[in-house]
Ligand binder design. Structure first.
Ligand code: SF4
Length: 460
C-alpha cells in the first residue's frame, strides 16, 4: 500500500485514541480555534474577499485545464536559467531520482524544509536506507521527527504536542533536562538545527507555488528555514507537486494573498522566497545545482476526471481548522500525510478508494470546509460523490450496500414508503438494541421522537 493509504478500521481506532487523550483534545481545540479566528479576522479586513477567492479559483482552474502547456513553459524557463527538471510518474520514481542526485553528490547529510510531497513519497525512509542522515528543519517537523511521528496538520504539523512533551524531546538530544518555556525551547531547537544548516550537503524543500513564465520556485515559511535549506547546501532539490504551478507572477500575487490569510491570518507569510535557478556568477548565496522533481503520482489521472477541482488546493489548512471531525479526531486518524477534509478527499483519489475506504465518511457534511476554502473547492460535495463511488464500486461493506439498496427499493413505491415510515415510528426506540453497525450508529445519536401521526395523514 502507498504511504497515503490506510486500512478500513484505522480511522475509527486512531480517532478513538485521540478522543480519549486528555492532552490532544485541548491542544487541537485551542490551535485550530486560533487559526480559524485569525483567518476570519484577516478575511474581514479584505475589501472584497469573495472577489479574491473567485480570482484564486479561476487561476487554479485555468492552470489545471492547461497544465501540460504550463509545465512545458516552466521547464524551459528553469532550464534556461541553469536548473534541472525531472518528471516522476510515481512516488518511487521521485524518491529514486533524489537518491541518485544524493549519490552523485556523495552526500551524507540532508537538510529538509517542510514538504508534504516528501512525506507522500516517503523520502526520509528511502534516503535513510541509503545510509544518509536526514534532518527536518521546520520546528514542528523537527519535533515530530524526534518523536518518530508524522505531521498532524498541514500548516502546524506538531499541533497536538504540548510544551512539556517538546521539552522532553529537545532535552533528549542534548542529554539534559529542559524547562518547558517557549523561548528556551526555540533557542534550543535553533542551536541544534544551526549545525545542520551549516554542514548539510543537500537541501530538500517542497514548493508552495512554481511560476511557469519565469521558471521560479516559491517557498513560504514563517521560520526562515526554507531559505537556509535552499541557500547553504551545494545542491537544492525541490519536490514540486505538478498542480502547484501558476501561469504568471501576477497570478502568484493573488494566491499568496489568499494563502497567508487563510493559513495563519497573516497578510503575507514572514519569509516568501522566490528562487529562479541556481547561484549565478557573482552571487554570494545559492546552490551550485538546482533540481526540480515534478511529481505526478496520480495527479494526471485525477486531472481528467470529475474530481479535478481537488487539484486547486493550495494547502492552506483552513478546512482542517473548521472541520468538526478533524478537530476531535486529530491528524493521525487520516494517515501519515494529508488530513482533514482535504485529505479525506485527496487521499482516496490518489491511492484508490479501496485503499482508503473510511476517509470519505470522516465528515459530517456540514459544509464548513467548503465555506473556509479560499479557492472554493466544494469539499463536502466531493465527499458525498466519493461515498456514492464507494457503493457503486462495491468498496463499501456488504451490509451498507444492502441497506441502501433496500431503502431505495422501499421508497420507490408509495406503498413501500408508507410501510417503511410506519415501521420507523415503532422501530426507532429499538434502534439501540439492534446488533452490529445499526447499534454503533444509533449509540452516538439522539433520535428525535417521531410524531404520533404522520404529516401526510394529517393532511388527509
Ligand atoms: S482544500 Fe481548500 S481550505 Fe483545504 S487546504 Fe486546500 S485550499 Fe485550503
Amino acid at each position: 500500500m502507498s504511504a497515503l493509504g490506510q486500512p478500513r478500521e484505522r480511522f475509527r481506532a486512531a480517532a478513538g485514541r485521540a478522543l480519549e487523550d486528555r492532552h490532544t483534545q485541548p491542544a487541537l481545540d485551542a490551535a485550530t480555534g486560533r487559526l480559524r479566528d485569525a483567518r476570519l479576522a484577516a478575511w474581514g479586513l479584505l475589501p472584497d474577499v469573495e472577489e479574491l477567492r473567485e480570482r484564486g479559483r479561476e487561476i487554479k482552474q485555468r492552470t489545471i485545464d492547461d497544465l501540460d502547456r504550463y509545465l512545458d513553459e516552466f521547464s524551459r524557463a528553469l532550464e534556461a536559467r541553469g536548473g534541472h527538471v525531472h518528471f516522476a510518474a510515481t512516488a518511487g520514481e521521485a524518491a529514486d531520482t533524489i537518491r541518485d542526485i544524493c549519490r552523485r553528490g556523495e552526500a551524507r547529510l540532508v537538510a529538509k524544509s517542510k514538504s508534504m510531497a516528501s512525506e507522500e513519497i516517503r523520502l526520509n525512509e528511502a534516503l535513510e536506507r541509503d545510509g544518509l542522515r536526514v534532518v527536518e528543519t521546520d520546528l514542528g517537523e523537527y519535533i515530530l521527527q524526534l518523536a518518530g511521528e508524522h505531521p498532524a496538520h498541514i500548516i502546524a504539523p506538531a499541533i497536538e504536542k504540548t510544551a512539556v512533551e517538546v521539552a522532553a524531546l529537545l532535552g533528549a538530544v542534548d542529554g539534559s533536562e529542559l524547562r518547558p518555556e517557549l523561548e528556551k525551547l526555540t533557542a534550543t531547537a535553533r542551536r541544534q538545527l544551526r549545525a545542520v544548516f551549516e554542514t548539510a550537503d543537500v537541501g530538500v524543500t517542497g514548493a508552495n507555488f512554481a511560476v511557469a513564465e519565469t521558471g521560479s520556485i516559491v517557498l513560504v515559511t514563517n521560520e526562515g528555514n526554507g531559505r537556509l535549506v535552499s541557500a547553504l547546501p551545494r545542491t537544492h532539490v525541490v519536490i514540486l507537486g505538478m498542480e502547484r504551478l501558476v501561469p504568471t507572477t501576477r497570478d502568484l500575487g493573488v494566491l499568496l494573498r489568499l494563502l497567508a490569510r487563510s493559513a495563519t491570518g497573516q497578510k503575507l507569510t514572514t519569509y516568501t522566497t522566490v528562487l529562479t535557478g541556481p547561484r549565478r556568477p557573482g552571487e554570494q548565496d545559492g546552490p551550485d545545482e538546482l533540481h526540480v522533481i515534478v511529481l505526478d503520482n496520480g495527479r494526471s489521472q485525477l486531472r481528467r476526471g470529475r474530481y479535478r477541482e481537488m487539484l486547486n488546493c493550495i494547502r492552506c489548512g483552513a478546512c482542517l481548522n473548521v472541520c468538526p471531525v478533524y478537530r476531535k479526531s486529530g491528524g493521525d486518524a487520516y494517515g501519515p500525510v494529508y488530513s482533514g477534509p482535504m485529505g479525506a478527499v485527496l487521499v482516496p483519489l490518489l491511492v484508490g478508494l479501496e485503499h482508503a475506504p473510511s476517509l470519505p465518511h470522516a465528515s459530517s457534511l456540514c459544509g464548513a470546509c467548503a465555506e473556509a476554502c479560499p479557492v472554493k473547492i466544494p469539499l463536502h460535495e466531493l465527499l458525498l460523490d466519493l461515498r456514492r463511488d464507494l457503493v457503486a464500486e462495491r468498496v463499501a461493506p456488504f451490509w451498507e450496500r444492502m441497506a441502501f439498496r433496500l431503502w431505495a427499493l422501499a421508497w420507490s413505491t408509495p406503498l413501500g414508503y408508507r410501510l417503511s415510515t410506519a415501521a420507523a415510528r415503532f422501530g426507532a426506540p429499538l434502534a439501540r438494541r439492534l446488533p452490529g453497525p445499526a447499534r454503533a450508529w444509533a449509540s452516538q445519536r439522539t433520535l428525535p421522537p417521531l410524531a404520533r401521526r404522520r404529516f401526510r395523514d394529517r393532511r388527509r
